[in-house]
Design a protein around this ligand. Structure first.
Ligand SMILES: [Zn+2]
Length: 357
């Protein structure tokens, strides 16, 4: 039986889809179902290959506006990004998912250029990091939840900032107990995902079981958990937390593993690797993503931390997964087939655009 509440939810999602269809060129085109949107266009998900599911290639344009010489200026940053992406590609990684949203300095033309010059597939994100900021010309906190959802859906179906380059994933940042504005972002992501068929990745405070708080909100929006990944999950070392979420159908992004190499970051590298193995052993290899949450030009970190990041991202940044984590997982007994599932098959399924609901 459809309750009045269900009815309102259904009409909210179809209302967003209808709003997109109403203006020229806005409708999610039927033939985009089954494809994956990269910054250079829609591709067959079979072409994604080894995919890093949570990275930031560069979130620096606002820093460069004020400190034009940082990272050797824009030209220097582009050169660095292209060089590093080529090195990563040479290591067998063929897709990088950039989860830099507009409010932390996403530069869509930068992503398009470095993708073209490096040959790396890049999937760009819509969404927002935590609470919608008041900065820029639009006061995002004044938007309604459906207003935010339409904004996200527009970036997926029409393009980002007038470029025609489209987002292929929705990223949302939440605290352990989401604020009212974070909750609005989460609900908006849910509605935009249902309207467009694009999946959601969430920055969670896993150490404080943030995924569980987010799941309550997402389930209230009737989102299919198979379309959601709780990222930074390895900041928890609690197997019960992991298994509770994967049994409900959610995926887990294990993308802070390098942090465990630092003395003051817990869990340790070893513990994080053991947790990944435990999730696999429980039968949930199909719910794990690996990545390293790296960046080549980071605006969010203080100068000294940026140096730390450059050096500590295990001196390898986006190569960390292939060079350090996978060998450790193999030592723990994870098979090549399981690694293939995690690094190739899961992204292929997750980033494949589903039909809108
Ligand atoms: Zn991130």
């Amino acid at each position: 039986m459809t309750t009045r509440r269900d009815f309102l939810k259904i009409t909210a999602a179809s209302g967003i889809a209808a709003a997109l269809s109403a203006s020229a060129g806005g409708a999610p085109s039927l033939n985009s179902v089954g494809t994956t949107q990269t910054v250079l266009g829609a591709i067959d998900p079979n072409a994604l290959g080894f995919t890093l599911a949570h990275e930031h290639i560069g979130d620096a344009p606002e820093v460069l506006e004020r400190w034009p010489d940082a990272w050797g200026g824009k030209t220097g940053l582009i050169a660095t990004a292209v060089d590093r992406l080529k090195a990563i590609k040479a290591a067998g990684i063929s897709t990088v998912v950039d989860l830099t949203t507009y409010d932390v300095g996403r530069d869509i033309q930068f992503l398009e250029e470095v993708s073209r010059r490096s040959g790396m597939n890049i999937i760009a994100a819509t969404g927002q990091r935590f609470s919608p900021p008041r900065s820029r010309s639009v006061s995002m906190p004044a938007r309604t939840t459906d207003g935010l959802a339409k904004y996200f859906a527009n970036e997926i179906s029409r393009g980002i900032e007038g470029t025609g380059v489209k987002a292929g994933v929705i990223k949302i940042g939440t605290s352990a107990r989401p604020t009212a504005l974070e909750e609005a972002g989460l609900r908006a992501a849910a509605r935009a995902s249902k309207a467009t068929g694009v999946p959601i990745r969430i920055h969670t405070d896993a150490a404080n079981r943030g995924g569980e708080s987010d799941a309550v909100i997402l389930e209230d929006e009737d989102v299919n958990p198979a379309r959601v990944s709780f990222d930074h999950s390895d900041d928890s070392g609690d197997i019960d937390y992991f298994l509770g979420l994967v049994r409900r159908g959610y995926s887990l992004g294990m993308d802070h593993v390098h942090r465990g190499l630092l003395a003051d970051f817990k869990p340790t590298f070893q513990r994080r690797a053991e947790c990944i193995k435990a999730i696999i052993d429980a039968g949930f290899a199909n719910k794990v993503f690996l990545s390293s949450d790296s960046e080549f030009g980071g605006s969010l970190l203080p100068e000294e931390t940026r140096d730390w990041r450059e050096n500590i991202d295990a001196a390898e940044g986006m190569l960390f997964t292939a060079r350090r984590l996978l060998p450790r997982l193999r030592e723990l007994g994870v098979s090549s087939d399981q690694i293939h599932v995690i690094t190739v098959e899961n992204p292929k399924t997750f980033f494949r655009r589903s039909a809108s609901e």
